[in-house]
Design a protein around this ligand. Structure first.
Ligand SMILES: C[S@@+](CC[C@H](N)C(=O)[O-])C[C@H]1O[C@@H](n2cnc3c(N)ncnc32)[C@H](O)[C@@H]1O
Length: 399
């Protein structure tokens, strides 16, 4: 099968996990870029990337690259693209642009120029043009114009891949599905230990964890992908990929709790919709009163950041969470994402890792707290005994 360049978009901070996912799929020439990873692959890889990648937002297929030194260059080069290979008169299209250029102060104008180029390309050869449909297009053309460099791509995903298709409802500030999967993967969890989210809200982290543990494809609940409307869509190839055997048995426990009765109801509805009720438990409980559901495991959680709470209550909450972690959760690793530096200070534990991420537009830190048991002295001896020269994990303060 013919190979070509494919670009997968993701969130800032998730490029490395996305690159790992791609390598695991067998992608070649995997290169991490800013909020994207590019690779070389064939049509099967394009379909697999859409169906299987957990940290992908969009999978783009570049069809032209050129320089734009003056305004007219965009229209002229765009009109030279052999559009008839991708579009017919009966199909509709839409244009999305990411533009940072002195020549085009707004992306709408760049979109308009490319739309005109496509319309004129067809009008000149057939007298007619395909229609634009911004709501539900058959084909989305993506323009990336950075300085004088322009890349025109076809969007093979359609709706953003974070729209997995399992969400029935959302509670207070749900985390994006792609970010949730990325956090779990950055934490290095792939189903090898029990998993807890004690502030689970609508259950996104629990569902993504269950899908990872059981090998359930990220796109299994989606109704469609953009490439299914492409002229060269290979139904047989996609059916083969869709119906392959991905799922695996898993004995790990996945447990979520939340102080809000309503959030727990939403989480249960989402979990049920994903067909995962058998594998994920949810209990309404204040984390400060929860008894650890297992002896040790991993906590990945997204507590309130305090945007809507008074500063005082955030510091109190994080301090109480830190105390509970210290006293009840020895043996666990706890990964917490938050934008609240004050909150982190009040946890009173030293993180072993800090990763910068964005939750939507909010800059956040994703921190790991290793909750060892024993005294600091014992832990220092233990560390020494391990004789690991790369051991740079800082032990939690006193427990
Ligand atoms: C930012 S939301 C979590 C969103 C979740 N990750 C999702 O994707 O829907 C924070 C959650 O913490 C819960 N919460 C706040 N204080 C809590 C406490 N003391 N114990 C348990 N849950 C708490 C809230 O009810 C809310 O659902």
């Amino acid at each position: 099968m013919k190979k070509f360049k494919i670009v997968v978009k993701t969130f800032a901070g998730l490029e490395s996990v996305l690159a790992n996912e791609l390598r695991a799929l067998g992608a070649e020439s995997v290169t991490a870029e800013r909020r994207a990873v590019s690779f070389t692959g064939d049509k099967a890889m394009l379909y697999k990337a859409n169906f299987l990648l957990r940290t992908a937002l969009k999978v783009l297929m570049p069809i032209a690259q050129f320089r734009v030194n003056k305004k007219e260059d965009l229209y002229d080069h765009a009109k030279n693209i052999p559009w008839a290979e991708y579009l017919t008169l009966g199909k509709t299209f839409a244009i999305e642009s990411t533009v940072q250029s002195e020549l085009f102060v707004n992306s709408m104008y760049a979109s308009l120029k490319v739309k005109d180029a496509i319309a004129d390309y067809f009008r000149e050869s057939t007298g007619k043009r395909p229609s634009v449909n911004p709501e539900d297009p058959d084909m989305v053309v993506h323009i990336y114009l950075m300085g004088d460099y322009c890349e025109v791509s076809l969007d093979s995903s359609g709706e953003s891949l974070h729209k997995r298709g399992y969400r029935m409802g959302q509670g207070e500030a749900p985390v994006n599905e792609v970010l949730a999967a990325g956090m779990i993967m950055l934490a290095g969890w792939n189903g090898q230990s029990d998993f807890l989210d004690p502030m689970c809200g609508s259950g996104t982290l629990l569902i993504e964890a269950a899908m990872i543990a059981r090998g359930i494809p990220a796109g299994i609940y989606r109704k469609s992908f953009g490439f299914e409307k492409w002229l060269d869509f290979d139904q047989e190839l996609f059916s083969e990929i869709y119906n392959a055997d991905y799922e695996k048995e898993s004995a790990v426990r996945i447990f979520g709790s939340d102080i809000s009765v309503q959030s727990c109801a939403i989480a249960r509805a989402n979990i049920k919709n994903a067909g995962l009720s058998k594998y994920v438990e949810v209990e309404t409980k204040d984390f400060l009163e929860l008894d650890p559901p297992f002896e040790n495991g991993i906590i990945v959680t997204n507590p309130p950041y305090g945007e809507r709470l008074k500063l005082r209550s955030v510091t109190d909450l994080y301090k109480a969470v830190g105390d509970v972690l210290k006293h009840k959760y020895s043996g666990y690793s706890a990964w917490i994402i938050s934008s609240s530096e004050d909150g982190f200070k009040n946890i009173g534990l030293k993180p072993s890792r800090k990763i910068e991420l964005f939750n939507g537009a909010i800059p956040c830190s994703f921190r790991c707290f290793e909750l060892f048991s024993g005294t600091y002295k014992q832990k220092a001896i233990l560390r020494k005994a391990n004789q690991d020269p790369d051991q740079n994990i800082e032990v939690a303060r006193e427990i």
